[in-house]
Design a protein around this ligand. Sequence first.
Ligand SMILES: *Cc1c(COP(=O)(O)O)cnc(C)c1O
Length: 220
Amino acid sequence: MSIASQIHNILSTLPEGVRLIAVTKTLSAETIIEAYEAGLRSFAENRPQELAQKIMQLPSDTEWHFIGHLQTNKVKMVVGKAQLIHSVDSERLLKEIEKEAAKQGITAHCLLQVHIAQEEAKFGFLPDELCKFLHSGILTIVPHIKIAGLMGMASLTENPEQVRREFHSLKQLFNQIKNTYFSSDNNFRELSMGMSGDYPIAIEEGATLVRIGTTIFGHR
Ligand SMILES: *Cc1c(COP(=O)(O)O)cnc(C)c1O
């Protein structure tokens, strides 16, 4: 199936309030243009260098998201370029983003990444750790950052019930954090969860942003 028809298929299944972000890592600009011509404007990359390149290669009315592990020495390449950084996974990184955003005189919109999967390898705060982190008053010392919500990746498993439990727990954590720390802050409203293999479950469990690559573009 063509890229355009895959996009239209996915869009036709998204409930109101859920946005599709096309994950374009490793793809050529020509391929991404096909998605652009099908009407998509939101794209995501997981490497700073690739993000910088693709921003230059695509029309300027595109919106870019950063979804990969971000090293503090690469923050400059992402802040001010990505509309939303989904993958803030440490205090050190948050502070580095603050520094760069202050320098540029902008506000950086970020999601806090939570480790919900069983695999060891995935990045992110543990739920308890995240609550402690927010409780420490961190938000008062990052005035150039708006925390727009949470991001998480479920385990790579054939067991849909496990995936559902993980997404469900992330949504519960989202509600808890929203009520405790962001009750009067409308910026905190995004829940980025769901990829090609599991986005229908993520949507049922409350995702507002789904990050989809393979289903749109085929295997990389
Ligand atoms: C690659 C990637 C995706 C998209 O994965 P697909 O299975 O190709 O849809 C989503 N989120 C993150 C963080 C990724 O690295």
